[in-house]
Design a binder for this molecule. Structure first.
Ligand SMILES: [Zn+2]
Length: 299
């Protein structure tokens, strides 16, 4: 079945005509979520024009490289295109505040990721899926502060190096756009199929995937010159080195698994919808990182 990428309303498999009607009528009713999704992904002056269905089908059509290429390309278009996302742009010439904004908001995402991937493990019997997810979440649950072997530890230490204590991090709350995004990720994890949950969560590790440039990324997640910058605390450099080490990043392995099971279980459209809902949630979460950074800048 096809699902609306904004509100998850369900349509018959391949029924893009009904999905187009639903999106157009939500746009006519000025529903802010549908309006902004259309504006961002399929900008058109009039959604009641018959061309809209054609464009919608094109948007979902799998390219030669299949679902893997479709996912990676959509991710790149959203965040790493000629006009990159303002957060990615800010990471090219970062200031102290941007690492704080990034770290504090992302801390909540990382906790949600552990929870969501645990749902995947619980919902499937597939060994390859369970092994991959366990490899990602175990170091972030069973960590030891003395060892720099987990993203969670290095993230917390990065923030400590920037003056944010463990206590104040534990007592902080995510900003509203991150809260909104966490709700989306949690709802997909709780209510949807494990493959949809993987499609929403594992794909968002693509930010630091070294192969992203093969899919058209114009810039990396952060400028490599950051690592030579003298004023940047070592704790930040350790964290950035850790997340950009290919050994600690599993997005392409996950997307290979997702693509195989999407074929086997005939769930390509569900995978596309879950990925798109998560892409949108991530965009909001990146805005929260910028807002948080601005709050620290003005202190
Ligand atoms: Zn909808």
């Amino acid at each position: 079945m096809t699902k609306c990428p904004v509100c998850s309303q369900v349509f018959q498999k391949g029924d893009y005509e009904s999905l187009a009607k639903h999106l157009a009528s939500s746009n006519d009713k000025n529903d802010p979520f549908h309006v902004s999704w259309l504006k961002d992904y399929i900008p058109m002056p009039n959604y009641n024009n018959p061309d809209f269905v054609v464009k919608l089908k094109e948007f979902y059509k799998l390219p030669e490289g299949g679902l893997k290429t479709w996912i990676a390309s959509k991710f790149v278009q959203r965040f790493f295109s000629e006009k990159p996302h303002p957060f990615i742009e800010a990471m090219q010439r970062p200031k102290k505040a941007i690492f704080i904004g990034f770290g504090v908001e992302y801390y909540f995402f990382l906790k949600q990721k552990v929870k969501s991937l645990a749902y995947v493990i619980a919902k499937t019997d597939k060994d390859d899926v369970q092994k991959l997810e366990a490899r990602i979440i175990m170091p972030n649950i069973l960590y030891n502060y003395e060892e720099n072997k987990s993203e969670m530890v290095l993230l917390i230490k990065m923030l400590e190096g920037l003056g944010i204590s463990r206590e104040s991090l534990a007592n902080s709350m995510p900003l509203p756009p991150t809260i909104y995004s966490l709700k989306i990720w949690n709802s997909i994890s709780e209510s949807d199929h494990w493959l949809e949950c993987m499609s929403a969560i594992n794909t968002m590790e693509l930010f630091t995937c070294p192969q992203l440039k093969d899919y058209g990324a114009k810039i990396p997640f952060f400028s490599p010159s950051v690592l030579d910058n003298e004023w940047i605390p070592d704790s930040v450099k350790h964290y950035l080195k850790f997340i950009s080490d290919p050994a600690n990043e599993h997005s392409m392995d996950a997307i290979d698994i997702i693509s195989n099971y999407a074929k086997e279980l005939n769930m390509t459209e569900e995978v596309q919808s879950a990925f798109l809902r998560s892409l949108d949630a991530t965009e909001r979460h990146l805005q929260a990182r910028l807002t948080r950074a601005k709050q620290y800048e003005s202190k």
